[in-house]
Design a protein around this ligand. Structure first.
Ligand SMILES: [Ca+2]
Ligand SMILES: [Ca+2]
Ligand SMILES: [Ca+2]
Ligand SMILES: [Ca+2]
Length: 300
């Protein structure tokens, strides 16, 4: 059953049968409608003729449920300038199955002649500076590519075992997806890892991202016309990372999407940036993310 709490946030339920109950709570964030506050407590025991009292602590998640949970960009420890084991990790923080069909993964490093990557140039409600734009199969609204509640999904630049080339690297041969540029003569296509493909035919290289400073966007795919920018309303999640965060550098991603900047680890350190808790998202990457000493593909 679904019940509303009082304005004090307290829910009183009388005359319950003696049983063990699970309670989950949900409310929109009072200031930012793109954030949901969610929480759950399992195993509340109510005995016959007795009263049970409990508190459910809620945490913020993006209202789409899907968050960019980890960015591994800097490459492993090596002196060969190897960083081709980059990956992006997604996480479903909601309590229901969501679908990736038709979604877009975008690197924004252009628009430097204007307000910068991910800024809303011209204040027309979209963010500008698309450099690479790759797409999950299908169309938004279709339900062929699920992401289950609590599931991590790895999007590898190349879904191969990189430890064969650099021993300090990561085995991504069981990645959920890989970026495959069908216009590139060199990109690797592991047939056992499904592909995100490139929708910018003028780009003929793989989906590589900057090691220590970039803007990464996950969008619903309801706006695929990238030339005029990506509609903010279609942005599922976006993260800007920098090695020298403001005030020593400029934050360019529109503050309606994210108010902060994640601090990037040093290049060729094998480290990664990950949300402090899976999917936890207050739209301020300066507090939502932390540096991890090792990348954690597919787990927290
Ligand atoms: Ca690739
Ligand atoms: Ca493949
Ligand atoms: Ca557009
Ligand atoms: Ca992880």
């Amino acid at each position: 059953m679904v019940k509303q709490t009082g304005s004090d946030g307290i829910l009183r339920l009388d005359h319950l049968p003696a049983a063990t109950f699970n309670v989950s709570v949900r409310k929109p964030h009072p200031i930012d409608p793109s954030i949901q506050l969610v929480g759950a407590t399992a195993g509340i025991v109510v005995r016959s003729g007795d009263t049970a009292l409990d508190t459910v602590i809620s945490k913020p998640i993006s209202s789409s449920g899907i968050a960019i949970n980890e960015l591994y960009t800097v490459g492993p420890v090596n002196n060969l300038f190897f960083f081709f084991d980059q990956y992006i990790e997604l996480y479903n923080a909601s309590d229901s199955v969501r679908y990736l069909d038709g979604m877009l993964v975008i690197r924004m490093s252009g628009n430097s002649e204007g307000l910068g990557p991910g800024a809303d140039e011209g204040l027309d409600g979209d963010i500008d500076g698309v450099t690479y734009i790759f797409k999950f199969p299908g169309n938004p609204g279709e339900q062929n590519h699920p992401i289950r509640p609590g599931q991590f999904v790895i999007l590898a630049v190349d879904g191969v075992d990189h430890t064969k080339f650099v021993s300090t690297s990561y085995d991504l041969s069981r990645a959920d997806w890989e970026f495959y540029n069908q216009y590139s003569p060199e990109d690797i296509d592991n047939p056992s890892v499904p592909n995100l493909i490139n929708i910018r035919s003028d780009r003929t290289v793989d989906f590589l991202i900057s090691l220590t400073s970039d803007v990464i966007v996950l969008a619903s795919g309801r706006d695929t016309v990238w030339v005029d920018g990506i509609d903010i309303a279609t942005v599922v999640d976006a993260v800007e990372y920098q090695s020298n965060p403001p005030p020593s550098s400029l934050k360019t991603l529109d503050s309606r999407i994210d108010r902060g900047v994640a601090l990037s680890p040093p290049r060729y350190s094998g480290q990664a940036i990950q949300r402090v808790e899976p999917g936890s998202d207050t739209n301020d990457s300066s507090v939502d993310f932390e540096i991890r000493p090792r990348a954690t593909p597919g787990y927290q």
